[in-house]
Design a protein around this ligand. Structure first.
Ligand SMILES: [Cu+2]
Length: 210
């Protein structure tokens, strides 16, 4: 009888330890918010956290996950013009829905892109859309109607090449707005939509409008 009781108590303690370990390792490990609130958001997109050029996350629980850096928790002021710069260092995965190849909800429904073309030459242009098969990620805030496809680095670009995407959009009232990538970029997960696509701090985030 005592043996069985201690077995039950031991099992309960083991389950509690597993739950605490899970919370500590995954749920509470989301990267902290950007300093702010700020009207100048600067992000980097990488094929893997451990390939960061600008913002290393040395103790990240998923160093091989595709990610926005340094974080996807963004604090911005209400009713403000937000300037976004994204240093995009990942290759293309491609969008399933070509509609999201269009730039929407930014000033002029356009973005400015500095990139290396397929001949290896540096280019710079305002764009209102990209070929959806060339998207690496998107910066999308559905509740604000903001969708920006991020041009993947060309296979012919030099190693370490970065496409720099800039655009401005406007916030409305205070609140927490969900934002995310719509490119199924999570290689190795079911339909590319698991892991980093569903985890705050990687390909999903919050725009905290204060
Ligand atoms: Cu993505």
């Amino acid at each position: 009888m005592v043996g069985r009781l201690s077995w039950v108590v031991g099992s309960v303690v083991a389950v509690i330890l597993v739950v605490v370990a899970f919370l500590g390792a995954f749920v509470l490990r989301a990267p902290g918010p950007l300093q702010g609130p700020t009207t100048n958001i600067h992000l980097e997109t990488v094929a893997a956290v451990n390939q960061a050029v600008e913002w290393a996350r040395p103790n990240d629980p998923h160093p091989d996950w595709v990610s926005y850096l340094p974080t996807t928790i963004l604090r911005v002021p209400a009713n403000a013009t937000i300037k976004v710069t994204i240093d995009q260092e990942d290759g293309a995965t491609g969008l399933r829905n070509p509609f999201w190849g269009q730039v929407q909800g930014t000033d002029g429904n356009k973005m400015h892109v500095k990139y290396t073309d397929d001949n290896g030459n540096q280019q710079e242009a305002d764009m209102t859309s990209i070929d959806p098969t060339r998207a690496a990620h998107t910066f999308a805030v559905p509740d604000l109607g903001v969708f920006v496809p991020l041009l993947g680095v060309s296979d012919n670009a030099a190693p370490g090449a970065t496409n720099v995407i800039t655009f401005t959009f406007h916030t409305k009232g205070k609140g927490i707005y969900h934002w995310q990538c719509f490119v199924p970029c999570a290689a190795g997960t079911v339909f590319g939509n698991g892991g980093p696509m569903q985890t705050l701090g990687y390909m999903a985030g919050q725009l905290i409008v204060e």
